[in-house]
Ligand binder design. Structure first.
Ligand SMILES: NC(=O)c1ccc[n+]([C@@H]2O[C@H](COP(=O)([O-])OP(=O)(O)OC[C@H]3O[C@@H](n4cnc5c(N)ncnc54)[C@H](OP(=O)(O)O)[C@@H]3O)[C@@H](O)[C@H]2O)c1
Length: 332
């Protein structure tokens, strides 16, 4: 083992500081070609740095904890980020380490506003050029990891293609990503909101990002949400924490519903009658997945994605990549 890290490097002789600091003339960035010993020693010493870029003023503690659990050696959090103020942080991430060492620096984009997160990701990508880039994971409000876990589990419960799916209260980050993933699987998807304009805005955002058509619907109370489920086979509950969005009788008495997933783990739960621990549990002839039932997979997927960030310096780990990992894990 390397004396200074747990990365499994072979024992090395640490070269003199002056030798390490030999650099390409005029750049001062990294050792000249041929100085492999010095470079390998430096790689061995490299810490895995994760810069957590949050669009909210206060960065998410949840994302910080999972970043460490996923394998980052050091996590630095920044809040209140937007395309106008992120630039210097990205310069710091891409101009500091040599091409081989850049994989030890990575970025995580989070925050409660999906549109703000997507715009931040765009701004970050715009700063990258040639090999001056680092890997990025995008997961505003746990949107990708939670939606990916839920949809992946649904896909193991029933075939999704050709089905009618309704994402209840689907205007938040999790609902938007669940709708996109369900549509990419070939389902015909509707998003409900208490307000038609918010539903339309969410559908537009999804179309721009994923090139899929989602139907907007207004459903302000449980009875109107039950109506929106007419003829649907899949229900995805994506309402805010602590808000029940559907009565048990409204899904129990619906003859077409085959499978349902709820993401809200804060009582009262989103779908009455679905236990938070359910993991493809048969209830009234339907397959039910609860918020912790899918949350365990979500956490595994999130940690795996963090670990994967440090494999290479050129990855964008967003909905499609995260869903591929979730599907593989859900099938295990
Ligand atoms: N299980 C897990 O591992 C896990 C991980 C992450 C997140 N979550 C949960 O996933 C859910 C979705 O997350 P999110 O960040 O997308 O949620 P969010 O943005 O906080 O809320 C989603 C939507 O809920 C609707 N809503 C809010 N208050 C409501 C009310 N009183 N009645 C009816 N609808 C209401 C809003 O839609 P309209 O205003 O358009 O109606 C809102 O856009 C949350 O419950 C969150 O806690 C679970």
């Amino acid at each position: 083992m390397c004396w200074f890290s747990n990365q499994g490097c072979n024992p090395v002789v640490i070269p003199a500081q002056a030798e390490i600091q030999n650099s390409i003339p005029g750049t001062g960035f990294w050792p000249i070609p041929g100085q492999n010993d010095a470079r390998e020693s430096r790689e061995c010493l490299m810490k895995k740095l994760l810069f957590q870029l949050d669009t909210d003023p206060i960065p998410s503690v949840f994302d910080t904890v999972v970043a460490y659990d996923g394998g980052a050696d050091h996590v630095k959090t920044y809040g209140g980020l937007n395309p106008n103020n992120v630039g210097p942080l990205i310069d710091g991430a891409i101009f500091t380490r040599s091409p081989k060492e850049k994989k030890f620096t990575a970025l995580f984009i989070g925050g409660s506003n999906m549109e703000a997160g997507q715009n931040l990701l765009k701004a970050v990508r715009k700063k990258f050029f040639a090999d001056f880039r680092v890997s990025v994971m995008f997961d505003s409000n746990g949107s990708n990891t939670t939606a990916a876990a839920g949809v992946a589990l649904l896909s193991t419960a029933i075939p999704l293609a050709g089905k009618r799916a309704v994402v209840l209260a689907g205007t938040g980050p999790v609902g938007q990503r669940a709708a996109a993933l369900l549509a990419k699987e070939g389902a015909e998807v509707t998003i409900t909101s208490r307000d038609m304009k918010r539903s339309q805005a969410a559908c537009k955002l999804i179309r721009e990002r994923f090139d899929v058509e989602i139907k907007p619907a207004a459903a302000a109370d449980e009875a109107s949400r039950a109506k929106a489920l007419k003829g649907a086979q899949i229900v995805f509950g994506a309402g805010a924490g602590g808000v029940q969005i559907l009565n048990e009788e409204h899904w129990r008495d619906n003859p077409t519903i085959e499978a349902m997933a709820d993401t809200n783990a804060t009582p009262p739960l989103g779908l009455e009658g679905v236990d938070m621990m359910d993991k493809i549990k048969e209830r009234h002839g339907k397959k039910a997945i609860g918020a912790i039932g899918l949350g365990a997979l979500k956490l595994k997927v999130h940690r795996t994605c963090i670990a994967q960030l440090f494999d290479r310096n050129d990855q964008i780990i967003d909905a499609e990549e995260i869903y591929a990992i979730a599907k593989e894990m859900a099938a295990e």
